[in-house]
Design a protein around this ligand. Structure first.
Ligand SMILES: [Zn+2]
Length: 379
């Protein structure tokens, strides 16, 4: 990959960002002639005062908002199918994914399936070229993030598991991207510290892995570097003594992470995904723990980029800085500390090798590499 080849870059999501932008959601939908949004969220969030205020405000502005809260922590197919049913039963004309990654993912899948009654949801699986089945109209789709981590608000794919086998499928379509993102940091103010920390480490991992990944994208690199700088300035504060500025910086950095990882991710996500599959570990927490190990693996081959990041962050050693940050945030330093079952190393390693993220890692990863890294993390 170099300056002598041809590339395509695409950053098309319209993002409305800033404290209070949620107030613009109602007028925005009305201007488009839409009046019956289906708000997709999880049960916990839907009972918080700010959520009730949002629906109240929409109704006061002359819209009829329906709420669907059947979103599991790790979304499954029936979450989506029940949501499609709710969409039609309430005669909705638009979909708002409001919440963390799971809510936005389910909302996106409902949007993909709503006007495709003859398709099975998993027809849209990216592994089998699923986007060619997304041919009918997609309801107007908007995202409203309330956590700062996955960056799913700007994504165009969604991960949904089979109810019985728990096999995760990645559904993809460029048309499943939100038409508008309302990123209002005020909505993230009620996030508890441990969620802020774990989701924030996911955002940091996205930005770092994107910057180190072997794709060629000066555009993504620039976004990722600024995303890393924002985390270094704000994650500790956003977790330990949050104010609107630190939470705003984290919301921006999450958005930047998901924008920059169009370039690719790397070994850390491949190490982290199996922990969620086998032990149900939170995705951000899994990344936080595995990030120093993945960086250690890439240290030599990415030496120059490490040096640049150390300058940006203002630290002497990138890995030590991540370890220090983890400690400040109350994150465990190893899988041993998490008291996970080390007899699963072979299974974890097989899953890690089958994961596609490491294909963009700056250095090739083998099954033996995965085994030795997991061994280290368990000792
Ligand atoms: Zn992630």
């Amino acid at each position: 990959m170099d300056w002598n080849q041809r590339y395509t870059y695409n950053f098309p999501t319209i993002v409305r960002f800033g404290a209070g932008v949620i107030d613009e959601l109602g007028p925005y939908l009305k201007d488009l002639g839409l009046s019956k949004p289906l708000i997709v969220s999880d049960k916990f969030l839907s009972e918080l005062p700010f959520f009730k205020n949002i629906t109240k405000d929409l109704n006061a502005k002359g819209l009829t908002a329906s709420v669907y809260t059947g979103v599991s922590k790790n979304p499954i197919k029936s979450d989506v199918l029940s949501g499609v049913k709710a969409f039609h039963e309430s005669n909705c004309d638009s979909i708002v994914g409001l919440g963390g990654g799971a809510s936005m993912d389910v909302a996106r899948a409902i949007a993909m399936k709503a006007h495709h009654p003859d398709n099975d949801l998993f027809d849209f699986d990216d592994a089998t070229g699923g986007d060619k089945f997304v041919v009918n109209e997609i309801p107007h789709f908007v995202t409203v993030p309330t956590t700062s981590g996955t960056g799913s608000e700007v994504g165009r794919s969604t991960v949904i598991a089979d109810d019985e086998t728990h096999r995760k499928r990645v559904l993809f379509s460029p048309r499943a991207m939100a038409s508008r993102v309302f990123a209002d940091p005020v909505l993230s103010m009620e996030l508890p510290a441990h969620v802020t920390a774990a989701t924030g480490m996911d955002a940091l991992t996205h930005n770092i892995e994107a910057y180190l990944s072997k794709g060629f994208s000066p555009l993504c690199d620039g976004v990722a570097i600024e995303g890393i700088k924002l985390v270094s300035e704000s994650l500790e504060k956003a977790t330990l003594s949050p104010d609107l500025e630190s939470r705003s910086k984290m919301m921006m950095s999450a958005l930047m992470g998901a924008t920059s990882f169009q370039k690719g991710l790397g070994i850390v996500h491949s190490l982290a995904h199996p922990l969620s599959t086998v032990f149900d570990t939170h995705h951000g927490l899994a990344n936080a723990v595995m990030l120093p190990y993945g960086l250690e693996f890439n240290k030599e081959v990415s030496a120059e980029r490490f040096k640049f990041l150390e300058k940006i962050i203002g630290c002497n050693d990138l890995i030590q800085w991540v370890n220090y940050l983890n400690k400040r945030l109350g994150m465990p330093a190893s899988l041993k500390e998490m008291e996970l079952d080390s007899s699963k190393i072979d299974e974890l390693s097989d899953l890690a090798l089958a994961d596609v993220c490491h294909l963009c890692n700056p250095k090739e990863v083998t099954l033996e590499n995965f085994k030795s890294i997991y061994n280290k993390a368990f000792s």
